[in-house]
Every structure is written in C-alpha cells, then in structure tokens.
Design a protein around this ligand. Structure first.
Ligand SMILES: [Zn+2]
Length: 305
C-alpha cells in the first residue's frame, strides 16, 4: 500500500514537473514572438533612419548597416510633453534634409493652406540654398539645424566633429537669415545606432548632454510619414502613414523629408493638411521649450531591441 502511494506521488510529481516545463516553454515562445513582433513593427513603422540619408541607399548597404535597421531603434515613444497640459490638438510638421528643388513647392503649399512647419535643414551654400533659408524664416516657419554635411562618418566620429559641423551650418543660416537656430535634429534621430560604428555605443548619450549644455533643444518625432522607407513611396501610402500615425494623439511631431527625390511627399502634403485640419488640428512650429518628443534613453544603448 505504501509503495503504491509512493508510486502515485512520484507520478503526480512527474506530471507536475512536465506541466511546469510546458508552461515555461510556452512563456518563452510567447516572449520571443512578442520581441519579434516589436522588432518588425519598428522596421515597418519606424523612420528607418539610415534611409533618410540621401547618400545611403537601402540596396547598397553593408551588412552592419542592414543590421542596424533591423535592430530598429525607432519606436516613436514620447518622453517629454512640456506643452501637453492644454487640450489643444496640435501638429508639428517637420521637413528634414532640405533645401532641395522641392522646397519652393512645399513652402507654396504651406502658404496656400496657411500652415506653419519646421525645417531641419542641412548645408547648401548656393544662392538657391541661402534664398530658401531666407524664405523659410521670412514666411514664419521654424528652422532647425540638421548638421551641415549630414554625413554619419563625419558627424558621429566625435563630439567635436558634430559640433563643428553644426556650427558651420548655423553660421551659414545666420548669414543668410539673421537668425541662429537653437533647435536641432540628429540625423537618424537621437537613438540611431549608426553612430556606434564611429563613436561607440554611448556616443549619443554624451553628444546629447553636450548639445544641451550648449543651449540646443533636440527633437525626434512621434509620427513618421515613412517617406524615407523606399526611394519613392506612393502618395497615398504617405498620407495613410501620417493619418494613421497621428491617430487620436493630441499632439504629434510628424517626420517628412524635403529632399530632391521625395516628390510624392510634396504631392501628399495638401491632403495631409486638409485631413488633419478636418480632424481639428492646428499647426505650430517647434522652438526651444515647446512640445517635444525624445526617443527613450533605453533604446540608445542597445537594450531596446
Ligand atoms: Zn536627415
């Protein structure tokens, strides 16, 4: 009888252990699939910061860069919301990488719809470039510094190199417009992993502190138009990405690109503005101390993906 009870106890114990094993394996599988989904979401919805660089095409990327894209780093999470206490619905349209041949058209559309936006410009020392800086400022838009060269291997090689590149552009903008930008957007965003190759994993942390100490406010984004995800995305895809991305947000910084090949971004712009106006949004420019969007710190050192 006792032996029978012992056998039953051992059998029950074994069944219990098997059950525990089953639960653990399931939990692990679920966790892995959740991680995979998050990564995929980052790739599809994120900015794909590398591709925003006109000089780097997706197809020709070396493996380490492709890996950086897969590692994502572009969950559009909001960390700060200094202006978020009021109930107003506000969109902050932002255009990166200009001036380009599309800048006059973008400015004309913004004027037509009486909408203000913020341009995170790069260096263009031509008469056209200076004229565009001037138009951006004189028509009431925000102007931010996106580095002169926008070349990762230069700007992310050292803090000093980044600062020198930024100040070179600020000088050109000041000469052209009389205004010296005090807002910046890091090429690839504040959580880009591209800089790891040049400046190390903790590079962005140090750079951000340095730029803030120098008096700059930096801006990431809440919503990507995804116009940098392919060489040229269809107009409707861009519209859908922005409208879906804004969703029910009260405030959102929207990333778009003002570079030569982004013609469908220009085509999409009127409809984006109309739809957002219909949804009750007003449009404002970014400036120091305004509503801001920072990617979370944990994603900058590799723990986020
Ligand atoms: Zn850029």
């Amino acid at each position: 009888m006792i032996r029978k009870i012992q056998k039953i106890t051992i059998a029950l114990f074994c069944i219990f252990m098997l059950y525990l094993l089953f639960v653990c394996v399931n939990a692990r599988v679920y966790e892995q699939s959740a991680i995979l989904q998050t990564c995929q979401q980052q790739v599809y919805e994120g900015d794909r910061s590398l591709m925003e660089n006109e000089n780097i095409g997706q197809a020709g990327l070396p493996d380490w860069q492709k890996e950086d894209i897969l590692q994502g780093s572009s969950l559009n999470l909001r960390e700060d919301a200094t202006e978020n206490s009021d109930n107003k619905k506000v969109i902050y349209l932002t255009f990166d990488d200009g001036p380009s041949k599309n800048t006059p058209q973008i400015l004309d559309i913004l004027k037509k719809y009486d909408v203000k936006a913020t341009f995170f410009v790069i260096g263009n020392n031509t008469e056209f470039g200076k004229e565009m800086y001037k138009r951006i400022v004189s028509e009431g838009h925000g102007i931010g510094n996106h580095t002169y060269s926008h070349k990762y291997e230069i700007i992310y090689s050292s803090k000093e190199a980044y600062i020198e590149d930024t100040e070179k552009l600020n000088k050109l903008i000041l000469e052209s417009t009389g205004v010296k930008p005090d807002i910046i957007r890091f090429p690839g965003g504040s959580n880009n992993h591209v800089c790891w190759k040049y400046g190390g994993r903790d590079f962005m942390e140090k750079l951000i502190s340095e730029m803030q100490a120098k008096g700059y406010d930096y801006f990431d984004w809440d919503v990507s138009s995804t116009d940098a995800s392919r060489a040229e995305l269809g107009k409707q895809e861009i519209i859908d990405a922005v409208i879906k991305g804004v969703g029910r947000r009260q405030k959102a910084i929207v990333l778009m690109h003002d570079s030569a090949q982004k013609e469908t971004t220009v085509e999409a712009l009127p409809e984006i503005i109309k739809k957002l106006k219909d949804a009750g949004y007003s449009f404002k420019i970014l400036k120091k101390g305004s509503y801001t969007s920072h990617f979370p710190q944990y994603m900058r050192n590799g723990h986020g993906s």
